[in-house]
Design a protein around this ligand. Structure first.
Ligand SMILES: O=C(O)CCC(=O)C(=O)O
Length: 342
């Protein structure tokens, strides 16, 4: 009972964002999860809707990684989830590594932006994540064994924020010549309806690309605040709730969006964009990719080396050059170029 009270005390202090800074909160969360594991989860009763418990052990979930229906569901619906990639504890460690890095470059706006857009190019922990065997195994079931990562940017929704992502199709502005692409969105915190998880429209990937209009809404996390300009029946949408360490897979033509974060925790996800090496930029630009699995016999892109250490200047410079190139691609034809991504 005393143990339960101690744990509940830690839990209460973690709920108050004014009392703890993000990095410290994650450290305490790790200890909190360890306590929960040690004393047995059953003795502590937090309601499931209280997702302010970001890193909770979830050992009972069976991995769907080798589920034979993965490819069928993906082809029919345009998405598949959940895929158990790493444990909640590993997800905590990666989120913690990012937040430490975020803290150390906080006075440098350029590096801060690059860190969010290229965590896999400047942090070894994220480079390892994009190559994780569980992830590669799941993605290969759809795209085959040869995989490049075109980008792996973070989508972060701070606690109690109005930031949203409007209905869109990913491949609209990426300037790629084909649709051999898949996003694995890996949750590094809980991602629930309350914290603004993604919503997918099943089967919408079969529509090819539809017209979008740019809003440049400052509450929109997309580069151009682009939004689908045809009707989207939101009643058909599926909420993609994930636990830390789980991923969803979605097709580059799938209609998807996400709402605000009304919880007291920070929702973090890495959107890892896998493509096949046959793909190329329509402009002929050699954008920066990572060779995550297999081989590249096409040489359409510039293959980045793995980061040798955290936050190396050489890696930031490589990302900066690619960000200039990607901005040209992503804002092609746009009236404004004011987004902060890339
Ligand atoms: O993280 C989100 O809320 C949206 C992410 C998204 O649109 C994407 O990964 O394509």
């Amino acid at each position: 009972m005393i143990q339960g009270a101690v744990i509940q005390d830690i839990h209460k202090s973690l709920m108050d964002p004014h009392r703890t800074r993000p990095v410290i909160r994650i450290t305490i969360w790790t200890q909190f999860c360890a306590l929960c594991l040690f004393f047995g989860e059953n003795r502590i009763s937090f309601s499931v809707s209280d997702m302010s418990v970001p890193f909770r052990p979830c050992s009972e979930d069976k991995s769907k990684m080798n589920d034979p229906s993965l490819k069928n569901s993906y082809q029919n619906d345009g998405f598949f989830f959940p895929v158990d990639v790493i444990s909640p504890q590993e997800a905590t460690t990666i989120a913690q590594d990012f937040e430490l890095a975020e803290n150390s470059v906080r006075d440098d706006l350029e590096k801060s932006a690059l860190l969010k857009s290229y965590p896999d190019r400047v942090l070894p922990s994220f480079d390892k994540l994009i190559r994780h065997p569980q992830l590669i195994s799941a993605v290969s079931q759809v795209l085959g064994p040869n995989l490049l990562v075109w980008s792996a940017g973070l989508f972060i929704k701070e606690a109690n924020t109005d930031k949203v992502v409007s209905w869109h199709q990913d491949l609209t502005y990426w300037g790629l010549d084909d649709a051999q692409e898949l996003t694995a969105w890996v949750a590094l915190s809980y991602s629930t309806s309350d914290s603004g998880c993604m919503r997918f429209i099943p089967g919408s990937h079969q529509k090819n690309l539809v017209p979008h209009s740019d809003t440049f809404d400052e509450n929109n996390l997309l580069t151009r605040g682009q939004t689908i300009a045809v009707d989207v029946d939101e009643n058909e949408s599926v909420s993609v709730e994930l636990k830390p360490g789980q991923a969803s897979l979605h097709h580059g033509h799938l209609f998807h969006a996400s709402g605000p974060n009304t919880t007291s925790y920070r929702r973090i996800g890495a959107a890892i964009r896998y493509i096949t090496p046959e793909m190329k930029q329509q402009s002929g630009a050699r954008s920066l990719v990572a060779l995550a699995s297999g081989e590249d016999r096409f040489n359409h892109f510039s293959i980045a080396p793995s980061p040798l250490q955290r936050l190396a200047s050489e890696d930031f410079n490589r990302c900066k050059a690619d960000a200039l190139l990607k901005r040209e691609i992503l804002y092609a034809g746009a009236e404004e170029k004011k987004g902060t991504r890339y």
